[in-house]
Design a protein around this ligand. Sequence first.
Ligand SMILES: CC(C)(COP(=O)(O)OP(=O)(O)OC[C@H]1O[C@@H](n2cnc3c(N)ncnc32)[C@H](O)[C@@H]1OP(=O)(O)O)[C@@H](O)C(=O)NCCC(=O)NCCS
Length: 137
Amino acid sequence: MAETLAALHAASFARGWSAQEFEALLANPTTHAITSPHGFALLQIIAPEAELITISILPALRGQGHGRALLGKTILTAQENGADTLFLEVEATNAAALALYENAGFTVTGRRTGYYAYPDGPAVDAITMTCALQTGT
Ligand SMILES: CC(C)(COP(=O)(O)OP(=O)(O)OC[C@H]1O[C@@H](n2cnc3c(N)ncnc32)[C@H](O)[C@@H]1OP(=O)(O)O)[C@@H](O)C(=O)NCCC(=O)NCCS
């Protein structure tokens, strides 16, 4: 599982996480992996709060609604595990992710200036977002 997630992650991010990093994350009982044939998401749930650690869709399969569907499954997993709030952090330049989250009901709660540092380019701000979940209780 860790090897597969590392390969999927490397296809989407400039600095992919290694299989060892995924192993460490998955060993944590608060981490939930949501997989699909198109991509995966990782959630950390410490009820009543959950955090979306990462979500990605294989590059060739983007723009076809798979991200929206996977985010929906991820939100459901958070709800089923007692979360009433979902947090995330996203690069201010990531238009696709911002659109995905805004369309799913997330609102912007803050901006961390220069949060993402890159050795070969300017730092990028982080946008923090949150979404209230229905607990179904
Ligand atoms: C962000 C990501 C998961 C979206 O997945 P996707 O399958 O392409 O998204 P979808 O086709 O389901 O589109 C979801 C919404 O975002 C919008 N969207 C998708 N790509 C977009 C783009 N490039 N620019 C603007 N809006 C975009 C769609 O219009 C859609 O809106 P709708 O719900 O009103 O129809 C995908 O682009 C990805 O894997 N990116 C690399 C990894 C990443 O940046 N992850 C997020 C940060 S952790």
